[in-house]
Design a protein around this ligand. Structure first.
Ligand code: 5GP
Length: 200
């Protein structure tokens, strides 16, 4: 059954389990397509170019900014991150749904663009659904980042400091989900998608 294409924006401080939840959603919903962001940061662990991110040089990223190729871009933790316009429009035009994993600054830009610059019947506006994922607590977040073992202590401190600022902006989102228990958080996300897609 084809349902309303959604334009889902998810934000969360890093270490909240957001990637795990997004992977679970992608398994569950074949019509859901992950928007691959561009970034100037180096690949981590087993991340692959063109799958996790498009890993670009700062020069190339700036060229794309100059070409107005980004729906939004932001500087996060000292690196550029951005969402290209064209692939999102294509995903929705094909009747599928796009899911973006972007920071609060990027989400605010997308929200403003969608609500103030797009006509009410634009598919991006009709399907717009933004969700903030909260960690159960700051201590839990620190533990998760340390256990993940992919970041240096300085990077972890920077991510934790950013997390507080990000969580202060959670009320700007249409929905908030706390990832205390993974299966409960996942169920809540599925319910949100069903409701927004008009299946519930
Ligand atoms: P990470 O380096 O852990 O993969 O991501 C760091 C932050 O950058 C996360 O909060 C993530 O949501 C955000 N991010 C990833 N892609 C984009 C993007 O295209 N635009 C913006 N604004 N933020 C992004």
């Amino acid at each position: 059954m084809k349902t309303k294409p959604l334009f889902i924006v998810i934000s969360a401080p890093s270490g909240c389990g957001k990637s795990t939840l997004i992977d679970m959603l992608l398994q569950q919903y074949p019509e859901l397509i992950y928007s691959i962001s561009c970034t100037t940061r180096a690949p981590r662990g087993d991340e692959e170019d063109g799958i996790d991110y498009h890993f670009l040089t700062v020069e190339r990223f700036r060229e794309l900014i100059a070409e107005d190729a980004f729906l939004e871009y932001a500087e996060v933790h000292g690196n550029y991150y951005g969402t290209l316009r064209a692939p999102i429009a294509e995903i929705l035009a094909e009747g599928n749904s796009a899911i973006l994993d972007i920071d609060v600054a990027g989400a605010a830009k997308v929200r403003h663009h969608v609500m103030h610059h797009l006509p009410p019947d634009d598919p991006l506006r009709v399907g717009f659904t933004d969700i903030f994922i909260n960690p159960p607590s700051m201590e839990a977040l620190r533990e998760r980042l340390e256990r993940r073992g992919t970041d240096s202590p300085e990077v972890i401190e920077r991510r934790l400091a950013n997390a507080e600022g990000e969580m202060a902006r959670a009320p700007e989102y249409m929905y908030q989900v706390t990832n205390d228990d993974l299966s409960i958080a996942y169920k809540r996300l599925c319910d949100l998608i069903e409701v927004r897609a008009g299946r519930m």
